[in-house]
Design a protein around this ligand. Sequence first.
Ligand SMILES: NC(=O)c1ccc[n+]([C@@H]2O[C@H](COP(=O)([O-])OP(=O)(O)OC[C@H]3O[C@@H](n4cnc5c(N)ncnc54)[C@H](O)[C@@H]3O)[C@@H](O)[C@H]2O)c1
Ligand SMILES: [Zn+2]
Length: 400
Amino acid sequence: MDPIHQAIAVRFTFPVHFTTEVFASSNPVLRDVVSRGGGMAPARILFVVDDGVARHHPTVVKDIERYCQDHADALTLAAPVLVVPGGETIKNDARHVADLHRVIHDAALCRHSYVAAVGGGAVLDAVGYAAATAHRGIRMIRVATTILAQDDSAVGVKNGINAFGKKNYLGTFAPPFAVINDSNFLHTLSDRDWRGGLTEAVKAALIRDRAFFERLEQQATALAARDPRAAEDVIRRSAEIHLTHIASGGDPFESGSSRPLDFGHWAAHKLEQLTNHRLGHGEAVGIGLALDTTYSHLSGLLPEADWRRVIALLRALGLELHAPELSQCLDRPDDPACVLGGLDEFREHLGGRLTIMLLRGIGDPVDVHEIDRNVMIRSIGVLEGIHDYEIPAQSEGTRR
Ligand SMILES: NC(=O)c1ccc[n+]([C@@H]2O[C@H](COP(=O)([O-])OP(=O)(O)OC[C@H]3O[C@@H](n4cnc5c(N)ncnc54)[C@H](O)[C@@H]3O)[C@@H](O)[C@H]2O)c1
Ligand SMILES: [Zn+2]
């Protein structure tokens, strides 16, 4: 018997809003987002707030409650506002997702209800996973409160938590119902989270947009000094690049092996694990970008001038280019504590053949399927010894 061949075309659309003071009653963005969903008014919403946000913005829970009262015709709280642990804590223990499922269940949310998560990338990932798996998918509104969430993670189509010591091992592809980037949250970020969030914008520029890279160079001092205008401009362009890639790259749910948005990420994910999350995702990505850019240069793909510019930009943004864990156990590549194991874990997470994106130029990426470990070890050596953007002499570069 001939098989039946079935194709299912599904179209997702969602807005990404840029606003300030999203929970001020005079701000219509959130009520408009919910009203657009149709269905019975008022819409029922469960708000889940990152405890880091609640700590630094002590009125946020009250502001949400007041917003719902003042817009009672459009939206209503389905349960008291829930405050959850921020950062990787929420992603490292599946009990937090189970707790969220329980609250969603007890609040009797349905597929026409909303879960609105207010927080950094980690909280958005974990709450998104809980929302995507309850009733096989409840509408998810992401209110992003870190640079990294605003310029990358919140505008994407993924969620997840960590398991078996691996980043994002459990998760789904689930486009959000809406994303709201509120710049007012950003001024309370720690310096580390401020800088770390910029690495995903550098990544986006490196793989897609040389002119944006040049803008980042021009704005580097302002960005490092936490200039909000400069940050808004960079966040918007980075979000745009991420969105365009997801929408037009031909592989939104990553069934192929090439993942340009994960440039520099094989080492970053492994470093997050090896440092027990002492390094945040953005900080680890900064090192991962430096590493794969250095490898691109030492393996003969990337001209030296471009390599110097990338390293100079990362340093001007105040980012670290090396961590001790990068250099440990390099003589024992099979040791789980060696960063090189991250290559295989990356391949497994993608499925199929190892595919690592490298650079031929700024904004000019190329996929490769093999990595020369000796050159990678040399690249690590360069980053370990890097001063004043000079490539150390060959003998130093080859140290193990
Ligand atoms: N789904 C995706 O496509 C995707 C993409 C990139 C990164 N990520 C994930 O995102 C996570 C990193 O996100 P992140 O960089 O936003 O860090 P984070 O979510 O870990 O937050 C860092 C810290 O900042 C606090 N915080 C959040 N907002 C704050 C604010 N406005 N003021 C003060 N403190 C605040 C948090 O409580 C936390 O302690 C990682 O788990 C990473 O894997 C996901
Ligand atoms: Zn990332």
